[in-house]
Every structure is written in structure tokens, then in C-alpha cells.
Design a protein around this ligand. Structure first.
Ligand SMILES: Nc1ncnc2c1ncn2[C@@H]1O[C@H](COP(=O)(O)OP(=O)(O)OP(=O)(O)O)[C@@H](O)[C@H]1O
Length: 348
């Protein structure tokens, strides 16, 4: 918990409002109220480990402590990346003070702390102004004002802590940035885009598709559909899984399309829908290409062009998720992204 405070820069956590979360995080780890074991996610460092980490990070002149000083804000610089590939980033976080030269040692403390934390989780980021990672799901609310239903549904699904890709991808997407994320199979990439997309959608609007997730197979699309349904429990978001049947129903009744907020689809089905005038993507603000390495392979490139052309909203935010990003695919992906941040977890 100390580390949460350090990373949050003194941001206040409303224990009453998030009583459920407090209980969850303060109870013994790994079991729920009924004593059943829960998926552990990725464990945060223990207090001992944190103490060791903080000792390791003793970069301040002796006697100096990082300051929160009231509600003033401070800019934080994060430098991350492998040697020879260092890129600077800046973000306003928590109650940090505005950065100025006289505050540099304090700033350096947080810079080094976050850098060490990312390294411990094998998270590498490339790009400008990279937001600091979240270390718990409630931080989506404390830092980004995400609706409490999201945290509640995560807790109810026994997702106690964000995995490394979720820790870094969620704040990037919540900040409105474009993202190329590369993390191993089974590392939790679906929640990494589902959480921030649901937050960005706000409330169900019945104004047609505002977000789409394209995945290479129908089976994967069904899994993604399931995750969105679980995570949006209690909200009346309408999620459409595009199939031959749903496409033809919507073709026969164009008014029906307006009821949906979110579309999950495979590329061929989507392109067919676009060509037949069955789907309208002009209102889409968030586009996810899941398993982007497959979607950007030679066979799919034309479909991707067509999908991108149909997403004509200038506010479109693009996200690519993949287990591998071969350099050719990455170069191609870069041509369609606006000032993206690249996140790599583990080995590329
Ligand atoms: N924070 C979390 N805590 C515990 N379990 C999680 C968490 N996030 C995801 N999971 C679980 O991990 C499993 C893998 O998640 P997911 O399918 O999103 O991974 P992925 O990275 O998309 O894998 P793939 O590359 O195969 O699509 C799922 O069973 C999911 O429920």
C-alpha cells in the first residue's frame, strides 16, 4: 500500500467510497470472503520488497523526503526504455507540485521510482509523455475519474489487480493516446482495452457504434464480447457481435443499428457489412485491432484499409494489441497511428 501512495504522489483515496476495494486489498491475498482461491493476477511487491526498492531508490540528498505539499501539482518526468533507446515522458499526476528546477531532486525520486517499478514488471514504453502505470484498478477512479461500476465488476469477477500490460495500457488509453501494445498470450490484453473503452463510452447513448474491436477469428470475438458483457454489468450498453444474422437484421432495420454502442467483429464480416451498407462506422471514436500482427498480415491489409477509411470520425483513437509485432508489421502499424505510445511487456 505504501508503494501505491508513493506512485500516487499523495493522491487521496476515499476509503469510505471504495470500502469494498479497501476490504479486498486489505484482506489476506489470494482468497475471497468465502475462502475460495481467486486468480491472483500480478502481485504487487510486498512491504519488504517495497522497502528494499525504496532503499535502492535512495537518490535524494540525505534528509530530503518527497513532498506532496498541499494540492499543488508537479510535473513528473519518466524516462524509460532500453539503453540507447531512451525517450522522455511527462505527466501531471496526483498532487505533485509543478516541476521547476529547484524541485528537481524530488522529481528525480519519482522518476527513478517509476522506472524501477516498470523494470520490475518487465514493462518497456516508447514514446512521448507516457502516463505513469496504475498499480491497482481503483486508480482508474482516483486518477481518471472512471465510474465505480467498472471497479465493482472487476472485483466481482475476481480480477483483484491489474496485470503488467493492464497497468501500463489502461492509463495510456484513458489519457486518449494511441497505443501499440505487445504482451504475451494470456497476459490480460482484453481487459487492457475493455476497461478504458467502457470508461470512455461513459453512458449508453443509442447513437450507433462508438467503439469497435476487430479480431481475426470469430472465437476470439466471442471471448471479447463476453468480457465486455461481464465488465459492463449494471449498465445498459448494447454490444453487437457482427454475424451474418445480426448484419442482415440491421440491414433490414437500419434504426436498430442506432441502439448499439459497441461492435465486436472479424475483418471480413465487417468489410462485407461496410460494402453492403449494413454498418455505419462514421461515429466510431475507439478502434481496437486485437492480434494486430495477424490483422496487418498481407492477406488482411486491404480489409484494414477499408475499415480505417470507414472510421471517418476525426476523433478516432486507435489501439493495437498483439503477442508479437514483427518489425515489418510494426512499421506498417506506425503509418496508421498518430503519435502512438508503444508498450512491450516481457520479451518482444
Ligand atoms: N487482472 C487480472 N487478474 C486475474 N486474471 C486476469 C486478469 N486479467 C485477465 N485475466 C485472465 O487471464 C486470462 C487471459 O486473459 P486474455 O484472454 O485477456 O489474455 P490475452 O493477453 O488477450 O491472451 P491472447 O493473446 O491469447 O488473446 C483470462 O482468463 C482472463 O480472465
Amino acid at each position: 500500500m505504501e508503494f501505491f501512495h508513493a506512485l500516487g504522489g499523495g493522491a487521496r483515496f476515499n476509503k469510505k467510497r471504495f470500502a469494498q476495494d479497501v476490504e479486498l486489498f486489505s484482506s489476506s491475498t489470494g482468497t475471497d470472503q468465502e475462502g475460495k482461491s481467486k486468480p491472483s493476477g500480478i502481485a504487487l511487491p510486498s512491504e519488504q520488497e517495497v522497502a528494499g526498492l525504496l532503499d535502492e531508490l535512495d537518490v535524494l540528498p540525505s534528509g530530503t523526503t518527497p513532498s506532496n505539499e498541499g494540492s499543488k501539482r508537479r510535473k513528473k518526468h519518466v524516462e524509460e526504455g532500453e539503453s540507447g533507446n531512451k525517450e522522455k515522458s511527462t505527466e501531471v499526476m496526483g498532487n505533485f507540485l509543478p516541476m521547476n528546477k529547484t524541485r528537481l531532486p524530488t522529481d528525480l525520486f519519482f522518476t527513478t521510482q517509476i522506472k524501477t517499478y516498470l523494470k520490475s514488471k518487465r514493462i518497456r514504453t516508447y514514446g512521448d509523455d507516457v502516463p505513469a502505470p496504475i498499480t491497482s484498478f481503483p486508480e482508474m477512479t482516483t486518477r481518471y475519474n472512471a465510474k465505480p461500476y467498472l471497479t465493482k465488476n472487476l472485483v466481482q469477477s475476481a480480477f483483484t489487480r491489474p496485470t503488467p500490460i493492464q497497468q501500463q495500457a489502461i492509463p495510456i488509453v484513458l489519457s486518449g493516446r494511441e497505443l501499440m501494445a505487445c504482451a504475451p498470450t494470456g497476459s490480460g490484453k482484453t481487459l487492457a482495452f475493455a476497461c478504458p473503452i467502457l470508461h470512455a463510452l461513459g453512458e449508453p447513448r443509442k447513437a450507433g457504434y462508438r467503439a469497435i474491436v476487430v479480431s481475426p477469428t470469430r472465437e476470439l470475438s466471442q471471448q471479447i464480447y463476453g468480457v465486455f458483457k461481464t465488465l459492463s454489468k449494471g449498465k445498459k450498453f448494447k454490444v453487437c457481435m457482427l454475424t451474418k444474422a445480426t448484419a442482415s437484421t440491421q440491414a433490414n432495420n437500419p434504426k436498430l443499428r442506432e441502439k448499439f454502442d459497441l461492435l465486436i467483429t472479424t475483418p471480413l464480416r465487417l468489410v462485407h457489412g461496410i460494402q453492403q451498407g449494413e454498418v455505419d462506422l462514421s461515429g466510431v471514436e475507439h478502434l481496437v485491432l486485437d492480434e494486430a500482427d495477424k490483422l496487418l498480415e498481407a492477406g488482411f491489409v486491404e480489409q484494414m484499409d477499408e475499415i480505417l477509411a470507414a472510421c471517418s470520425n476525426p476523433k478516432l483513437q486507435k489501439m493495437l494489441f498483439s503477442a508479437t509485432l514483427p518489425s515489418g508489421v510494426e512499421a506498417l502499424a506506425s503509418t496508421i497511428m498518430k503519435d502512438p505510445i508503444r508498450v512491450v511487456v516481457g520479451e518482444k
